[in-house]
Ligand binder design. Structure first.
Ligand SMILES: *Cc1c(COP(=O)(O)O)cnc(C)c1O
Length: 451
């Protein structure tokens, strides 16, 4: 790792200084980067999107058989896109600015199997490992559907292998549920801030849960180390995995299909603006890659992070990426937002994808919780607080005339805009915990959401 950066020098940048004070921030690209160039510059082959989509298709019959909540889609893991006009109106009233265009919620909170965006990436990597092992053992051929993995011969192979992952919770949940169902020996290393119900649920499915006193990076490190010592164990590396990234990226073409079915046009005069909660960056990074591949320059992707752990904002803004952590600028990295308490960003996403990310927004825990309460009150939808991180973004864009001008977001184009807030988790949260989130969120609405 490189030497610690010169803090005084970094703090001369007003954005970094504001991040260090844990203030809400919003900054955007100086001008559009040609999407084709940006994808080239990423060094990531867009072919991986189609390969991941086909893998999910091969596994669809297996999911339909093993997970009842995937039967309604014949084993495809996808979430609805829903309009949220009442919330759009209420936020417009509270912020004193009507949001032109239409506001939608992408309901990854209700993705089958594990109830969060991690059902895209985490699950994909487990499927890839299972397929590879079965293929190497001569049990699975290129045209086979994945139900062949349920045969005794395949089970003998998979149960002789381990899957390990370090996680603040939702990734461990996704990987643990699917890996144990496939028959792998599964170990999830969890940081201290992981919720008890997630650990209980995993243990009930036969997953070994190891608790670590440190933070997210410590749990990841511990997982990596145990897997290094045992070649039969595959370690899922949330900080750098291309397979996770590929799984998330499938969301792009799927969303294109959903918008088409709704007769929604996306082009320069009908921009698509997507707000993605960001932890280590793999989820929003992969989704952004898929969206840019699907929509080109017409889609704008904005990452949202908690003010106490803005690792991606900090890494990209300083150009130091994973060589700087939020602790280096004096932040504690603590947030109530499950999945977003990450101090150091993904190497893969920060460095390779930075040209494709259009903006970076940070939001306080209080406002995230209040947004969550307001989603409940106006739309009757319950998501986890981290999943509400994206709601600040649409109005931050409206305030930024430089961005609007530089990216051709004229008033006419904005009137046709499709704004999507990506709700990243929630349906697995136990009822009582969700009720507590809602109550706390509601109590904060009038304090922190005003014009
Ligand atoms: C993991 C997670 C995210 C962000 O994904 P990263 O890959 O960590 O950036 C957002 N919301 C929720 C609920 C998550 O669990």
């Amino acid at each position: 790792m490189t030497q610690l950066p010169d803090l005084e020098q970094l703090l001369t940048d007003p954005v970094v200084a504001a991040l260090a004070r844990a203030e809400e921030t919003a900054w955007f690209g100086a001008g559009p980067v040609d999407t084709i160039e940006g994808i080239k510059a990423s060094g990531i082959d867009p072919e991986l999107i189609a390969a991941a989509r086909e893998r999910f298709n091969r596994f669809a019959p297996w999911f339909a058989e093993r997970f009842a909540d995937t039967r309604a889609t014949h084993g495809i893991l996808e979430s609805p896109l829903v309009g949220i006009p009442d919330l759009q109106e209420e936020l417009g009233r509270r912020f004193g600015t009507v949001l032109p265009g239409k506001l939608w919620l992408k309901r990854d909170d209700s993705l089958p199997v594990s109830g969060s965006i991690k059902a895209r990436g985490g699950i994909h990597e487990v499927l890839e490992v299972a397929e590879r092992l079965a293929t190497e053992a001569g049990i699975m051929g290129p045209g086979d559907d994945a139900r062949v993995l349920m045969t005794p011969a395949a089970q003998e192979v998979l149960s002789a292998h381990g899957i390990a992952v370090g996680s603040t919770g939702n990734l461990g949940l996704s990987i643990g549920i699917v890996a144990s169902e496939l028959g792998f020996n599964t170990t999830v290393h969890m940081s201290l801030d992981a919720r008890a119900w997630k650990k209980d649920l995993l243990r009930s499915r036969g997953v070994t849960v190891v608790e670590h006193a440190g933070n997210f990076s410590d749990a990841v490190e511990a997982g990596r180390k145990t897997a290094d010592e045992d070649p039969s164990v595959w370690f899922v590396d949330d900080e750098a995995s291309l397979s996770l990234f590929a799984g998330y990226s499938v969301a792009g073409s799927r969303l294109a299909g959903q918008l088409k079915a709704l007769d929604i046009t996306v082009d320069a005069q009908h921009p698509l603006i997507v707000h993605l909660p960001c932890g280590v960056g793999g989820g929003p990074g992969g989704v952004t890659f898929g969206l840019k591949e699907a929509f080109g320059d017409a889609v704008h992707c904005v990452f949202s992070e908690p003010t106490h752990s803005p690792c991606m904002s900090l890494g990209v803004r300083t150009g130091l990426h994973d060589a700087i952590s939020v602790q280096d600028i004096g932040l504690d990295g603590k947030t109530a937002a499950d999945g977003l308490a990450v101090g150091r960003p993904s190497r893969l996403v920060g460095e390779h994808l930075q040209q494709l990310i259009d903006g970076f927004v940070t939001v306080t825990d209080e406002r995230m919780k209040a947004f969550q309460g307001l989603v409940h009150d106006t739309e009757g939808i319950d998501i986890e607080p981290s999943a509400a991180a994206g709601f600040a973004g649409p109005w931050r864009i409206l305030e930024n005339q430089d961005y609007l001008t530089a990216y051709g977001l004229t008033p006419e184009a904005m009137a046709n805009a499709t704004h999507i807030v990506w709700a990243t988790g929630g349906s697995m949260v136990p009822k009582e915990e969700m009720a507590a989130y809602v109550a706390e969120g509601q109590s904060l609405i009038d304090q922190v959401l005003w014009s």
